[in-house]
Design a protein around this ligand. Structure first.
Ligand SMILES: Nc1nc2c(ncn2[C@@H]2O[C@H](COP(=O)(O)OP(=O)(O)OP(=O)(O)O)[C@@H](O)[C@H]2O)c(=O)[nH]1
Ligand SMILES: [Mg+2]
Length: 359
C-alpha cells in the first residue's frame, strides 16, 4: 500500500465535498458519522513508457489512499467511544490534510459565525495536542520508576517531558523543531501532532484564491515549511459526474489547469519528500512510493515485508538509462546496472530487483 492521507477539519468545512472532488468517489455529504475511503492512482507518464517496453500482463500505478475523517468538534478527542475511534483513524494515516473553510455561505451551518482560518487551524491542532499530552503523560508515568535506574530511559522521559511542556504552551510536535534524538525517543508514542500537515483551503471560486482567508492559511503553511492547495470544493466535486474527456474543459471553465487531485498529489509528494520507484518485467510493471532517504530494505518492504526482513541486495537501473539505451540488456551491456546494499537510498526513477531470503 502506498501513502495514506486523512482529511481532518471542523464539521461542515467541506471535507466530504473535497473527498469527492479528489477521488470522484461520490460519497454523500453531511453524513457526519461515516468514514469514507478511496484509493486513487498517481498519474505517471513513465509507467506508460515502461508498459510500451515490457508489455506486461499487469500494470499497477502508485496509489494514494484518501480517508475522509468525520468532523473534529472541540472536545472530540477526549473521552471514550466516539473520540477514541476518531483518534484511531487519525493515528492510522501518514499525513493529515487540514481542510479549512474559506468560503462564506450563511446557508451552510458552521461552528462559528465568521470565517477565520487561523482560529480553525488552532482548533484542530488543539484537539491533537490534547490527545498527545495524554499519550506522553501515560508514558512518563509508566517509565518514571525505571528512569531512576536506567540512563537511557531517563533521557527518554526527559525528552517526553520537554515535548509535553511545549505542547502545553500550544505548539504541536511538528512545529517544535525536534532533533533526531528527540524524535527517536518519542517515536513509539506515535504523536498525532507530529504528523506532516498539508493545508487545503476550501474556496467558493478561483477569485477567492487571492483573498484574505487563503492568505492567512498560506502564512500558516509557510511558517512551518508546508504547502497549501486551494480547492473549489463544491464546483470541483461535480467533476466526478462528467465524462473524462469533458473534465479538462470543465476545469478550464473554473480557471484551473489541473484537477485538485493532481495539485494535491504534487504538494503531498513535495511536502512529504516522496519518491516513486519501479519494478518492471513481463508479468508486471508496478510503481511504488517510498520516502526520500529510505534505505533499500525499507523501500523493498513497500513491495513485500519479507523483502525487508530477508533483504540481501538490490539491482538498480535508472529509468533515464533504460529509455536512452532502449532495453534492459543494453543497460546491462553498458555496465550501468548497479548492485547496492542495505545503505543505499532509493532514488526517484530507480527500477529495482530485490534479492532476498524468503521467510
Ligand atoms: N458554498 C459552498 N458550499 C460548500 C463548499 N464546500 C462544501 N460546501 C457545502 O457545505 C456543506 C457541508 O459540506 P461537507 O463536505 O459535508 O462537510 P464536512 O466537512 O464533510 O462535514 P462533516 O462530515 O459533517 O464534518 C454541504 O452542504 C456542502 O455542499 C464550497 O466550496 N462552497
Ligand atoms: Mg463529512
Amino acid at each position: 500500500m502506498g501513502l495514506n492521507c486523512g482529511l481532518v477539519g471542523l464539521p461542515c468545512c467541506g471535507k466530504t465535498t473535497i473527498f469527492n472532488a479528489i477521488t470522484t468517489a461520490g460519497a454523500a455529504s453531511y453524513n457526519g458519522s461515516e468514514m469514507n475511503r478511496a484509493v486513487v492512482s498517481v498519474p505517471d507518464q513513465r509507467v506508460h513508457c515502461l508498459v510500451e517496453m515490457y508489455r506486461p500482463a499487469k500494470v499497477v500505478s502508485a496509489a494514494l489512499e484518501v480517508v475522509d475523517i468525520p468532523g473534529l468538534k472541540s472536545g472530540s478527542t477526549v473521552g471514550e467511544g466516539w473520540g477514541t475511534r476518531l483518534l484511531g483513524h487519525i493515528k492510522d494515516v501518514d499525513a493529515l490534510l487540514y481542510v479549512v473553510r474559506c468560503f462564506e455561505d450563511a446557508s451552510i451551518p458552521f461552528e462559528y459565525n465568521t470565517i477565520d482560518p487561523v482560529r480553525d487551524v488552532e482548533a484542530i491542532d488543539f484537539e491533537l495536542i490534547v490527545a498527545d499530552s495524554q499519550t506522553l503523560q501515560n508514558k512518563i508515568e509508566r517509565l518514571a520508576k525505571k528512569a531512576l535506574k536506567d540512563e537511557d530511559v531517563a533521557r527518554q522521559v526527559n525528552d517526553c517531558r520537554r515535548v509535553l511542556a511545549a505542547l502545553q504552551e500550544g505548539t504541536p510536535a511538528r512545529k517544535q523543531g525536534l532533533s533526531e534524538e528527540e524524535l527517536a525517543n518519542i517515536r513509539e508514542c506515535h504523536l498525532l501532532s507530529l504528523k506532516p500537515v498539508l493545508y487545503i483551503a476550501n474556496i467558493r471560486n478561483m477569485e477567492d484564491a487571492g483573498g484574505v482567508h487563503v492568505g492567512a492559511l498560506q502564512s500558516i503553511a509557510n511558517a512551518e515549511g508546508s504547502e497549501i492547495v486551494t480547492v473549489c470544493g463544491r464546483d470541483e466535486a461535480e467533476i466526478g459526474e462528467l465524462e473524462p474527456e469533458d473534465r479538462l474543459e470543465f476545469l478550464a471553465s473554473l480557471g484551473l489547469e489541473e484537477s485538485s487531485m493532481e495539485r494535491l498529489l504534487r504538494a503531498a509528494y513535495k511536502r512529504l519528500g516522496l519518491v516513486n520507484f519501479f519494478t518492471a518485467g513481463e508479468t508486471e510493471v508496478h510503481a511504488w512510493t517510498c520516502r526520500r532517504q529510505d534505505s533499500a530494505p525499507v523501500a523493498a518492504g513497500k513491495i513485500h515485508s519479507d523483502m525487508e526482513k530477508g533483504f540481501i541486495r538490490m539491482e538498480v537501473i535508472r529509468y533515464e538509462d533504460l529509455i536512452e539505451l532502449g532495453s534492459e540488456s543494453a543497460v546491462l551491456r553498458a555496465g550501468k546496472q548497479r548492485v547496492v546494499g542495505r545503505n543505499y537510498e532509493v532514488q526517484e526513477g530507480d527500477i529495482v530487483v530485490v534479492l532476498f531470503n524468503p521467510a
